[in-house]
Design a protein around this ligand. Structure first.
Ligand code: HEC
Length: 213
């Protein structure tokens, strides 16, 4: 019987201590488990806060710029605007995939793999804008198979993937630059696939089955 009282008391204390103080603002500082006098420098370490100021540096800023030649994946490398921004030195969109990228079957397959993960839900397997999201009301997804997108410079597609466009979100945080170019190579393959003519069929058996001379 005594245990019942104890358990009830314990449950009450638990409930009050977990729920009772939710949202309460305390005026006193929290209890110091590691007091400064016993553990100097552990809790209150000298440090610079982001966007704070600092008397140490001549310009008074705590934030420092990265030293030259630092590589950061979240910053475009200014020394190769074509590869990282899809742009030519004059600021216009580059017409083609950078020449240092080797476009082969493996590269296009990589593009297909990324496309099917990141683009297909909206743009559809054939790139005609009939992805699954259309069924759920996203009607604005364009087809890749119109003259404007067929003739658009590769660099402008790169820019759309990197920074997004209107309701399309950016994919720079999901696709590294090389993968964005791979997706573009695959989008070009999808576009080309819709432009087939009889001249593309060159083996006799396929010609016969399609009834082409
Ligand atoms: C959530 C749906 C969605 C996903 C995923 C998506 N897009 Fe889009 N995309 C759109 C919509 C909507 C537009 C139309 C934007 C506009 O112009 O209003 C668009 C437009 C475009 C355009 C045309 C831009 C122009 O200049 O008109 C291209 C090219 C494109 N997307 C490529 C891609 C690629 C490549 C991917 C995958 C990396 C992708 N999209 C993923 C929804 C999506």
């Amino acid at each position: 019987m005594r245990n019942v009282y104890l358990v009830t008391l314990f449950v009450c204390v638990l409930v009050v201590s977990v729920l009772g103080f939710r949202g309460t603002t305390f005026t006193l500082p929290p209890m110091d488990v590691f007091p400064e006098w016993a553990f100097p420098g552990m809790k209150h370490q000298p440090k610079l806060r982001p966007q704070g100021d600092s008397a140490f540096f001549a310009d008074g800023r705590a934030d420092r710029l990265p030293p030259p030649h630092v590589v950061r994946s979240d910053l475009p490398l200014r020394d190769d605007e074509h590869l990282y921004m899809g742009k030519l030195p004059d600021g216009s969109f580059a017409p083609e995939i950078p020449s240092k990228i080797k476009v082969d079957v493996k590269f296009i397959e990589r593009g297909r793999d990324r496309y099917q993960i990141y683009c297909l839900p909206c743009h559809g397997a054939a790139g005609d804008g009939n992805g699954m999201t259309k069924r759920y009301g996203m009607g604005a997804t364009p087809t890749y198979h119109d003259t404007r997108l067929r003739t658009m410079p590769d660099g402008e597609l790169f820019n759309t993937i990197s920074v997004g466009k209107n309701t399309m979100l950016p994919y720079a945080d999901k696709l590294i630059p090389e993968d964005r170019w791979a997706v573009i190579a695959y989008v070009r393959a999808l576009q080309r696939a819709q432009q087939g003519t009889a001249a593309d069929v060159n083996d006799a058996a396929s010609k016969k089955s399609l009834g082409i001379q």
